[in-house]
Design a protein around this ligand. Structure first.
Ligand code: 5GP
Length: 205
């Protein structure tokens, strides 16, 4: 059978567009997709788990990781530091996984600049009103934080044109289905197929 070279998938969106729920579904359904867990200096939220949602670390440790060149990419988002540990991604690619990143536009830019084989998918909320409703419903942020995130959503959205695919998340199931088909299609790209010439040779008479 034909195999593909593994690639990286970046999902970006403003907070409240449903990216976390989508990512969880993707890895549950497609076993060749594995989620990259980031490090962050932000405080842990209610319901979050160490190593499952993030590696929650102190700024000093984060800066040490930067100095030791242990991060694939990193950025300051909403005043906190977020970054992708290189060794974890490497471990996943060794296991033949297509690695999924829930990171912002700055991280996506860095991966592209470093010439990784990366597919960028931007998730949009259906409307501003719905975005505000979702942020409010979550209740995990303070009122001030919600207003701040609405403003930041605007600046995150302004980067949507840099992505390869745009998905409007008005229905979780439909969005997951669409993203799975994007990923499956990308796996069939000719340039990603391994041993294609050898495979085609079998059809010579
Ligand atoms: P939250 O604090 O709501 O979990 O995440 C805030 C933002 O940081 C989200 O847009 C998320 O995608 C982004 N983010 C999470 N991890 C990383 C990372 O490792 N690198 C970058 N560049 N952004 C990240």
């Amino acid at each position: 059978m034909l195999k593909h070279k593994n690639f990286l998938i970046v999902l970006s969106s403003p907070s409240g567009a449903g990216k976390t729920s989508i990512s969880r579904q993707l890895i549950k359904i497609d076993k060749q997709i594995a989620l990259s867990i980031s490090c962050t200096t932000r405080t842990i939220r209610k319901g979050e788990k160490e190593k499952k949602d993030y590696y929650f670390i102190k700024e000093k440790s984060f800066n040490e990781m930067i100095t030791k060149d242990e991060l694939l990419e990193y950025a300051n988002v909403f005043g906190n530091l977020y970054g992708t540990p290189k060794n974890k991604v490497l471990a996943l690619t060794i296991k033949n996984k297509d690695v999924l990143f829930d990171i912002d536009w700055q991280g996506f830019q860095q991966l592209k600049q470093n010439e990784f084989d990366v597919v960028g998918i931007f998730i949009l909320p259906p409307s501003k009103k719905e975005l505000a409703r979702r942020l409010d419903k979550r209740g995990r942020d303070t009122k001030e934080e919600v207003v701040n995130r609405m403003k930041l959503a605007q600046s995150e959205i302004s980067h949507f044109l840099e992505y390869d695919y745009i998905v409007v998340n008005d229905d979780l199931e439909k969005s997951v289905k669409n993203i799975l088909s994007i990923i499956e299609t990308e796996r069939h790209k000719r340039d990603r197929l391994i041993n294609l010439t050898k495979f085609i040779d079998k059809f010579r008479f």
